[in-house]
Ligand binder design. Sequence first.
Ligand code: SF4
Ligand code: SF4
Length: 140
Amino acid sequence: MLISIRLLIDGQKCTDCKTCELICSFKKASVFNPKVSRIHIATSYPPTLVYPVACIQCEEATCIQVCPVKALQKDEKTGAVILDEEKCTGCKLCVEECPYSAIRMNEPRRKPLICDLCQGSPACVEWCPTGALTVKKLGA
Ligand code: SF4
Ligand code: SF4
């Protein structure tokens, strides 16, 4: 049976420690650099509120629908949106059309940064010290 994974975010538990950004960038790009993290902490203006933002794996994913070269598709095992870097032309349409602003561009590489749920065991969830990030399994 297909078991989809969802990343659940509880903004009220987030302390803005940014551990999630650092562990994500390290796991995916072997650097501690928030600019290449697939999760980021959004801050309100004036800076009174913070909220973790990452792909929430929409059922009807706008990014998949707008990609002109079909570089995005759902992983059959986890339900995560997966990028085919070979196909991607770096047009940024997925970044611009995501209704949650959950996709950012790795500008030097001209490739979008999209959470792939770490094959079902997200590192950000493992390392978040407050429980602001958790996973839910669907269809089990
Ligand atoms: S690791 Fe958890 S508490 Fe720290 S910034 Fe990320 S979501 Fe917030
Ligand atoms: S940046 Fe890449 S993945 Fe995003 S819409 Fe353009 S071609 Fe598709």
